[in-house]
Write a protein that binds this ligand. Structure first.
Ligand code: NAI
Ligand code: OAA
Length: 332
């Protein structure tokens, strides 16, 4: 067996945490042969609940779980960790946009950035899930200057999974036969789910999703709004925000970082923009990326038409506004 990986999950007593600890402990992310030491962080009033989660982890008898450290102290939670799932934050309720959480949540990511800077390994890979995820990730990285900013990413994989699932159900094919779906921009209702470059494998033939569906009005209309509003639709139905699917997407995201992407396939994640595709430099914009040796590269050279350009600019503008509000909130 390999050396154990120290993995931190924040908000471990919450909804997403409940699914995520199991998935990580089962070997789904770091590999079935890689033991993990789980560092579980939550706030002091949740320590009783977290203790219950620890009992259940033990009762699962998971072969990959070497040890579990449950704490309300970020210094303990982040000590020597190599991977972090930053989930702990307030979720939105019906009628809210994710950016309405900024005031409540952004300071958590400032404090955790400072703690990561002090206690985590410099190679730590940090996935921000807590909303508004892109801007929280940007703030977290800003307050962790000794950790390369490329090590921080924000989760838009749930949007990618949702988009793939919509297309697979429309075509009646397995979700794994839909590839190269892109999420551009913010994990918000301005995101642009883009299937212009996506492919579907039907009866052994790989064709473009546009050619397979033959319904441009759907792909430029209902498909996009369904994905943009899916989080809200789940809240309306469950009275709680997505949790099982969010945990699965977080595992997919971290697994892509750890194991890399294969061949020409790419995944979407919020990463620091370097100005690619004329996006504003320095915001955490979701791009298609390939990953090798735990390092991502933005896929270059995809043609962008006027329809896409407008949508990509709209979500970029929202990210710039969120960034300015977040910096003001942290410095104020
Ligand atoms: N990026 C994405 O695709 C998604 C993001 N989310 C976001 O993930 C976050 C968590 O969602 P849920 O698990 O449903 O919420 P939840 O309320 O069930 O759990 C959050 C947990 O975080 C803890 N927490 C709060 N402040 C903390 C801190 N400073 N340090 C450590 N733990 C802290 C809470 O005590 C609670 O146990 C929310 O912000 C939600 O909006 C949810 C779904 C998808
Ligand atoms: O919608 C929410 O507030 C939770 C979330 O981010 C999602 O489900 O995509």
């Amino acid at each position: 067996m390999a050396e154990p990986v120290r993995v931190c999950i924040t908000g471990a007593a919450g909804q997403i945490g409940y699914s995520l600890v199991y998935m990580v402990g089962s070997g789904a992310v770091f590999g079935a042969d890689t033991p993990v030491i789980l560092h579980l962080l939550d706030i002091a009033p949740m320590m009783g609940v977290l203790n219950g989660v620890c009992m259940e982890i033990s009762d699962c008898a998971l072969p990959c779980v070497r040890d579990v450290i449950a704490t309300d102290d970020p210094a303990v939670a982040f000590k020597d960790i190599e991977a972090a799932f930053l989930v702990g934050a307030m979720p939105r309720k019906e009628g809210m946009e994710r950016k309405d959480l900024l005031a409540a949540n952004v300071k958590i990511f400032k404090v955790q950035g400072q703690a990561l800077d002090q206690f985590a390994k410099k190679s730590v890979k940090v996935l921000v899930v807590g909303n508004p995820a892109n801007t929280n990730a940007l703030i977290c990285a800003k307050y962790a200057p000794s950790i390369p900013r490329e090590n921080f990413s924000a989760m838009t994989r749930l949007d990618q999974n949702r988009a793939q699932a919509q297309i697979s159900s429309k075509l009646g094919i397995p979700v794994t036969d839909v590839k190269k779906v892109i999420i551009w921009g913010n994990h918000s209702s301005t995101q642009f789910p883009d299937v212009r470059h996506a492919t579907a494998t039907i009866n052994g033939q790989t064709v473009s999703v546009y050619d397979a569906i033959k319904d441009d009005a759907y792909l430029k209309g209902e498909f996009i709004t369904t994905v943009q509003k899916r989080g809200g639709a789940v809240i309306a139905a469950r009275k709680l925000s997505s949790a099982m699917s969010a945990a699965k997407a977080a595992c997919d995201h971290m697994q892509s970082i750890w194991q890399g992407t294969s061949g020409e396939h790419f995944v979407s994640m919020g990463v620091f923009s370097d100005g690619s595709y004329n996006t504003p430099e320095g915001v955490m914009y979701s791009f298609p990326v390939t990953i090798k040796d735990k390092k991502w590269s933005i896929v270059q050279g995809l043609p962008i038409d006027d329809f896409a350009r407008e949508k990509m600019d709209l979500t970029a503008k929202e990210l710039c506004d969120e960034r300015d509000d977040a910096i003001a909130a942290c410095e104020g």
